[in-house]
Design a protein around this ligand. Structure first.
Ligand SMILES: Nc1ncnc2c1ncn2[C@@H]1O[C@H](COP(=O)(O)OP(=O)(O)OP(=O)(O)O)[C@@H](O)[C@H]1O
Length: 217
């Protein structure tokens, strides 16, 4: 995944001013920096949600920032995994169905999707007794583990995480980060983690600091 010289203007402000980031398959990178520095905006560019005013974003050697929205959204479904601060699971769906969702959306039949979701839930430490629970019926840590399983279930080429441990105690945070790293390495995913936590940043292969709309190693 490569972002090259990305510029983004939002609400009259230059939020990204020549941000470049390259993450190889299997590599993990932390993006750190003060609040408002533009880290989330960068992630949205990497995800093809925000279109850069200048610069390019490519995945596996192919530029996608200028593709039509529909194609970008398809790419997002198939090749990207997302993890956010509060899990952001679908409240009406059980944990196992939440984890199955990325597979359903790409055409995998329900039962087959659930069969792939279950072992991943187990791997995050969520036993079968929790698979049928709704997000509101489990703890914040359990919810985040399910969100992690959902981010990984379709073996995405890129995993983008925005403050994935911001709502967790340090033990749960460590467990989530470890599994994220293990799974990314196993599947060869490029992992980008926006974080305010020095402890999380140190677990990544490298850290990049965002300041003035640019990144510096
Ligand atoms: N849609 C928008 N319209 C106008 N300004 C925006 C918009 N989105 C973000 N901004 C501004 O762009 C700047 C960067 O925001 P961004 O959320 O990327 O920062 P961040 O580094 O992720 O911050 P935090 O660590 O607090 O999450 C901020 O000043 C924000 O107010």
């Amino acid at each position: 995944m490569i972002a090259r010289d990305v510029h983004v203007r939002l609400g009259g402000a230059d939020v990204l001013r020549g941000a470049s980031l390259s993450v190889a398959p299997g590599e993990s990178v932390a993006v750190v920096g003060t609040s408002g520095a533009g880290k989330s905006t960068l992630l949205q560019c990497l995800a093809g949600v925000v279109t850069p005013d200048a610069g390019t974003v490519s995945l596996q050697g192919r530029r996608f920032d200028h593709l039509p929205a529909r194609q970008r959204s398809e790419l997002r479904l198939q090749r990207f995994g997302f993890l956010f601060q509060f899990g952001e699971l679908v409240p009406e769906l059980s944990l196992v169905d939440n984890v199955s969702l990325p597979l359903w959306l790409t055409g995998v039949p329900r039962r087959a999707a659930r069969e792939r979701a279950r072992p991943l839930l187990e791997a995050t430490g969520l036993g079968t007794d929790l698979h049928g629970k709704r997000p509101s019926q489990v703890s914040g840590g359990e919810l985040q583990r399910a969100a992690l399983a959902r981010a990984l279930v379709h073996e995405p080429a890129v995993i983008l995480a925005d403050e994935p441990t911001g709502a967790l105690d340090s033990r749960t945070s460590d467990a989530v980060v470890e599994l994220l790293l293990t799974e990314a390495a196993r599947t060869g995913a490029a992992l980008v983690v926006v974080t305010h936590s020095e402890r999380v940043a140190q677990r990544m292969n490298r850290s990049e600091r965002m300041a003035d709309g640019r990144l510096t190693a």
